[in-house]
Write a new protein. Sequence first.
Length: 271
Amino acid sequence: MASETAKYIHGHHESVLRSHSWRTAENSAAHLLPYLKSDHVILDIGCGPGTITADLAAIAHEGHVTGVDYAAGVLAEAAAAAAERGLTNTRFQEADVHDLAFADDSFDIVHAHQVLQHVGDPVQALREMRRVTRPGGLIAVRDSDYAAFTWFPESRGLTHWLDLYETVARAGGGEPDAGRRLKSWALRAGFPEAAIEATSSTWTFSDEADRIWWGDLWAERSLHSDFAEQALEGGHATREDLEAIAEAWKAWGRGEESWLMIPHGELLCRA
Ligand SMILES: C[S@@+](CC[C@H](N)C(=O)[O-])C[C@H]1O[C@@H](n2cnc3c(N)ncnc32)[C@H](O)[C@@H]1O
C-alpha cells in the first residue's frame, strides 16, 4: 500500500502542463456538470494549472471556487488562467488533500481530477474531502486506469512505456490503476454504497492533430519530465530505453490508423 507521502511523479515540466492545460470541465468533469449551480462554493483539489478550476468558477459565477495543490509552484499558473478569463470568484492556495486546512462542512462541491491516483492514502483523502463537504453536498473524483489504456496498432515501445509507467508510479507511492479502485476506496472511507454513484468515461485520440499532439507530448514527457528522472534515478530504465519510448510515441502519433483510448473511473459521493 502506498504511503501518505507519495511523490507526484509527473512534476510540472512544460510538456506536462501542456497536457493538463488542454483539460476542460466538459472533457474531464462531465459527470459533475449536471449538478453544478451558479451559487455553489467549490473546492478543486490538486488543481494543477487550473483550467478545469476556471471552468467550474465560470459556472459557479455567483459562488466561489478555491483551487488547492500541494505543489506551490503551479498555483501562479492556475491564478493566471483564472485572471485571463476575467474570473474574480477564485482563490488559490497550497494544501495537501490528506489534511485540508478548512473547517468541516465548508463546501457544496469538492472535486479532484486525476489526483487520487497520485496520493499516498486515497482513503484518507476521501475522508478528508467528505469532512469539508456540507451534508448533502457532493464529492466528485475522476481518475484514469493505466492498465486499461487501449491502443492500436500494437507497439512494443508503448507496451514498454506502460510497464515502465506502472513501475515508476508505484515506486513513487501512487496507484496508476486507480480508476477501477475508486468505488472500493469510497466504501473504505465510510460512504454507504447508496451514497456512491460510480461511472466511467474516456478520452480518445484518433484524428491527426489530436494523435500527433498526444504522441509528441508523451515523447517529450518520456525524456524530460520528472517521470523520466524518476525512471532513471530508480534504475527502472536507461536513457536508451526512454529514447526508444519517445520514438515509439512519435511514430504512433504519425500513424494514420493510430487510435488511443484512455479510460477513467468516476465517483459522485453524497456527503
Ligand atoms: C495529474 S495532475 C491534475 C491537475 C488537474 N486536476 C487537472 O486535471 O488538470 C495532479 C495534481 O495533483 C497534485 N497533487 C498530487 N498529490 C497531491 C496531494 N497530496 N495534495 C494536493 N495536491 C496533490 C499535483 O501537484 C498535480 O498538480
